[in-house]
Design a protein around this ligand. Sequence first.
Ligand code: FAD
Length: 351
Amino acid sequence: MQAVDYLIVGQGLAGSVFAALLLERGRSFVVVDDHHRTAASKAAGGIINPITGKRLNRPSLIGDLLREAFSTYTMIERLLGAPLFARRRVLRLFIDGIEQRRWEAKQQLPEYEQYVCPTPPEVPSNLASAHGAFEITVAGQLDIRQFITRFRSLLKAQDRLLEAPFHYDLLRISSTGVEWCDIRAQYVIFCEGHRMSENPYFNVIRLNPAKGEVLTLVAPGFGDPRIIQCGKWIFRSLSGELLAGTTYSWDRLDETPSCEAKDQIQKGIKSFCKFNFEVSDHRAGVRAVTKADNRPIVGVHPKWPRLAILNGFGSKGALQVPFSARQLLENLEQNEYLHSEIAVCRPSLWK
Ligand SMILES: Cc1cc2nc3c(=O)[nH]c(=O)nc-3n(C[C@H](O)[C@H](O)[C@H](O)COP(=O)(O)OP(=O)(O)OC[C@H]3O[C@@H](n4cnc5c(N)ncnc54)[C@H](O)[C@@H]3O)c2cc1C
């Protein structure tokens, strides 16, 4: 029997960031993952943006989320010895006059000031901006796919990865820990993304999973270093790939790319990009969205204190995972307060 501090189920963004924090702290662990079979993290754009959606809202806890994301990804880059994260600006082109007026009302608010450029941005001639634009200065992009692929190699080299499905019926729980196959751990941390619905301990919590798709484009003339957003988004990743996304659909929840989504993204990109492009790749994934409130699910099970969860990151995993993973670790090891907005014990999740 192998004895470790933690057993982690799932090696997408959540499981990987939690494992990286454990490495930093010198804890022992094993990760079980089924070859990224359903990882949303493989399809993700990795955009970190403090002002999002049609309503131009700021996610709650945004200051803490950004601080933790920037410092954690820098630590992970050092750990893996590879560039994976970059601070970026976002050029937000208004879709229409309604969005433009909405922004006019918001831009003076002090809570927005620190994230945006006070002067109107320069819009290059290869982009269409009939209604104007503003620029977000405190944003970033994580190459999530590269991160989880490189991290997987590190885990393999250190003999910390078990490439297999996690069978829940083999889990044995006691007051001091858990046992699964020949592994004994103090805690099991569940990070299965949308397949949390198969987890018999947590599947009472309802998800509203949303499939999303991303295209890789070829357009040699496009060299803007910013993330460009106008309904859809387009940007060049650190490795030079030109990515364009994304879509939301609530039927056919699988990882198979669809013609409808491809058409939708291409049409959206053409509405504000004046240059030609070709599609070279197409990926799909399913986001784990919490039905009650679209917020993360973090902490130990109310009845099973040796079982913990790190999930429910919806479309903002890159922004929310580092803060949530740190909160979970401090909660387990120092008994520190878990923020009520993300705590798994909030009553709305268990109705
Ligand atoms: C098209 C698209 C675009 C996106 N763009 C962005 C973006 O720009 N910015 C952003 O922040 N977020 C984005 N997201 C969201 C982001 O991908 C997620 O929030 C994040 O990747 C979720 O990570 P996770 O580790 O929770 O889940 P996942 O990445 O789904 O990982 C779960 C892992 O667990 C494994 N697993 C599950 N069950 C088991 C089991 N029983 N046994 C063994 N292994 C198991 C899976 O195979 C997988 O490898 C996007 C998502 C999609 C689909």
